[in-house]
Design a protein around this ligand. Structure first.
Ligand code: SAH
Length: 270
């Protein structure tokens, strides 16, 4: 795939420009999964602020002449406080810049995009969200796990396993809803997921998968059962980012994974 040459911001007049903040979803990691709009917005940026879930392959698409800064948050390691980041976005937009704040997946799915947009709207700044493919969707599909499947799962539920202070999940409902359950930020919380789901009646032999670095060259899938989820994390030394999927749809991956996706893509592009 070829991408058009980025514009050079140095030759664009900025003094009369009205600034704008773009909250852009980068998807799970594969640059081919960026939306056309996301790429277009990146290419017209004056300033790019990215977080740790924006993959190296996507960072490589940032125009070289445009300053790009890491403003990410890893567990217990926040490069910039949320309110300082909001203030920075505001300041740069008021200087007339087109600021691209790019986040992994979709900005509105466990991405604090809503908080950032709210602060900008309250401050009267022109701001727009560009949706991205959320990791639950991109990574499961890439692993041959359909989130819903006729006769197997009539719905899916996205859950965070990591609360800012405490988790307030209705574990009884989650254990009985019959949906595919996708846990974000669950790697260090596998034991909590297992204890609560089994404790509320979900069978220990319910199929479960872990997808690490989904939609990236080093994607790993670990398939097993809910009851052994913690051991799957430990034994395989699973690292973030990873998703935990619980539900019968996991069993379909052995059939749907049969044709490697990259081969299909290469053939269709040939
Ligand atoms: N806004 C993002 C989610 C941010 S929360 C989205 O829509 O996807 C961060 C969590 O997302 C990670 O802890 C992990 O559970 C999940 N995640 C994001 N990218 C991932 C990837 N490429 N592979 C596996 N999990 C991923």
């Amino acid at each position: 795939m070829t991408y058009s040459t980025p514009q050079n911001p140095a030759i664009r007049p900025q003094s009369t420009k009205v600034g704008k903040v773009w909250l852009v979803g980068a998807g799970p990691g594969d640059p081919d999964l960026l939306t056309v709009k996301a790429l277009r917005v990146i290419q017209q940026a004056d300033l790019i602020l990215f977080d740790n879930l924006v993959s190296q392959d996507i960072r490589a698409l940032f125009p070289h002449a445009v300053p790009a800064f890491y403003v990410g948050k890893r567990k217990d390691d926040h490069s910039i406080a949320q309110q300082d980041l909001n203030a920075l976005l505001l300041k740069k937009a008021n200087q007339g810049l087109s600021v691209v704040r790019i986040k992994g997946g979709d900005p509105f799915v466990f991405g604090r995009g809503g908080e950032e947009l709210m602060a900008l709207i309250q401050a009267g700044v022109d701001a727009e969200v560009v949706p991205g493919i959320t990791s639950a969707s991109g990574c499961t599909t890439a692993a041959g796990i359909p989130l819903t499947h006729r006769g197997v799962a009539q719905g899916c539920t996205f859950v965070t396993a990591h609360g800012e202070t405490e988790l307030h999940l209705d574990w009884h409902s989650l254990a009985h809803i019959g949906h595919t359950l996708v846990f974000y930020m669950g790697v260090s919380r596998a034991h909590v997921i297992v204890k609560n789901l089994i404790g509320n009646g979900l069978a220990a032999n319910t199929p479960a998968a872990i997808i690490e670095n989904g939609c990236r060259p080093d994607q790993r899938e670990i398939i097993g059962h809910l009851g052994e989820l913690s051991q799957m994390v430990e034994k395989n030394k699973v690292q973030s980012p990873a998703l935990i999927i619980v539900g019968e749809v996991v069993n379909l991956s052995s059939q749907l994974r049969a044709v490697p996706q990259m081969d299909m893509l290469n053939k269709s592009c040939a």
